[in-house]
Design a protein around this ligand. Structure first.
Ligand SMILES: NC(=O)c1ccc[n+]([C@@H]2O[C@H](COP(=O)([O-])OP(=O)(O)OC[C@H]3O[C@@H](n4cnc5c(N)ncnc54)[C@H](OP(=O)(O)O)[C@@H]3O)[C@@H](O)[C@H]2O)c1
Length: 336
């Protein structure tokens, strides 16, 4: 399978390492032979239609800070030139999530779809701002559009609700979809101030470069948009979410929750409304997970409430979700 990778940061590098270490088993078990024919980052690109050396790509990125130095050529193709001119089956979009205009990911995804490429995105920006129209574009161009890693990292939250609960009518769901704010709130429950808990999370590398994405609930809201569209069949985008982050949470709020035998969590919920907001969760509720964990409870008409818990981020974990998407695409192609 010929692959173009947009972005070569934590997730994309984890993915190529996974391809390298699992190549024999992926082929033997699933018939999957990933051939990365092009990669670009913010500074340049590397192309080889017969397949790039994955270890050399990682080494080049480490040494020069860009994949541009992979070959000894002065000029490298721009990302858009690559998407338009290099033949590939799948585009994997891993550039940074941007909730203002969704670029550059939006242009990568739409260009690839129009060219007939299947698309896997872990970038939430384009889905948060234009989920319904991207689905239409994929259908119009008869390509598959997969995004398992956008919610829950490697924890298969979308697959669980869509496939394991198939036939069910999910009536509502609520969950902790952002590990960073969960880590901060967990630490505040041990007595740390908001500022100290934030500093600790920053020191551990848990906070996005633009801290507002975590603290103001934007990341959780983007995931809520994806869930609402994909699981509940809604046609919503980011402005439809009533979103409050955790900046105003005080130690007094945490203590008040404790008196009620509860913990305070940033909860994204879909009931009558789509809301992201700090909320008290009873201590016995399986949703009340600590640290950087994510948890989501789906309530269905016939099978009651089920909670799925797991790590919500991480390079290797998110790469494993891309692999699941690739295997689905491989299976569909083989069927047809
Ligand atoms: N990390 C996780 O645990 C996780 C989990 C789920 C989803 N995600 C999502 O996955 C995506 C990637 O995450 P990450 O952690 O791998 O981020 P990252 O390490 O910051 O990597 C982002 C990559 O995008 C590249 N990029 C930025 N602007 C570009 C442009 N205009 N053209 C081409 N490439 C460009 C960067 O290039 P340079 O290398 O040149 O800077 C970098 O290689 C994000 O959207 C994130 O929200 C991440």
């Amino acid at each position: 399978m010929r692959i173009i990778l947009c972005g070569f940061g934590v997730v994309a590098q984890s993915l190529v390492k996974l391809f390298d270490s699992r190549s024999e088993d992926l082929y033997a078990k699933y018939g999957l032979k990933p051939r990365v024919v092009g990669v670009f980052d913010s500074k340049g690109s590397a192309v080889d239609v017969s397949g790039l050396s994955l270890s050399k790509l990682v080494e080049t990125k480490k040494k020069f800070g860009t994949v541009k130095n992979y070959a000894n050529t002065k000029n490298s193709m721009s990302g858009i030139e690559m998407l338009k001119n290099v033949e590939a089956d799948v585009l994997i979009e891993t550039t940074a999530s941007n909730y203002k205009d969704a670029e550059p990911g939006m242009t990568h995804i739409t260009t690839a779809m129009k060219k007939g490429m299947h698309v896997i995105s872990v970038n939430k920006g384009p889905l948060a701002l234009a989920f319904p129209s991207l689905m239409e574009l994929a259908t119009y161009n008869q390509v598959m559009f997969k995004f398992s890693g956008t919610v829950g990292g490697g924890t298969p939250i979308l697959d669980y609700a869509k496939n394991s609960l198939r036939g069910e009518r999910i009536t509502s769901f609520a969950g902790i979809l952002n590990g960073t704010t969960n880590y901060i709130l967990t630490n505040m429950s041990t007595g740390l101030s908001f500022e100290s808990a934030l500093k600790d999370a920053q020191d551990k590398g848990y906070v996005e470069a633009d801290e507002s994405l975590d603290l103001d609930g934007l990341d959780a809201a983007a995931k809520l948009v994806i869930l609402a569209n994909w699981i509940m069949g809604m046609k919503v985008t980011l402005p439809d979410i009533d979103c409050t982050g955790i900046r105003k949470v005080t130690i007094e709020d945490i203590k008040k929750a404790e008196k009620n035998n509860s913990v305070l969590k940033l909860i994204a919920s879909c009931d009558n409304k789509l809301v992201v907001s700090p909320k008290e969760i009873h201590k016995d509720d399986p949703l009340g997970v600590n640290g950087t964990l994510n948890a989501i409870a789906f309530t269905s008409e016939h099978s009651g409430t089920q909670t799925i818990i797991g790590k919500g981020a991480g390079g290797t974990e998110t790469a494993s979700s891309i692999l699941r998407d690739l295997l689905d695409i491989r299976q569909e192609i083989a069927k047809n």
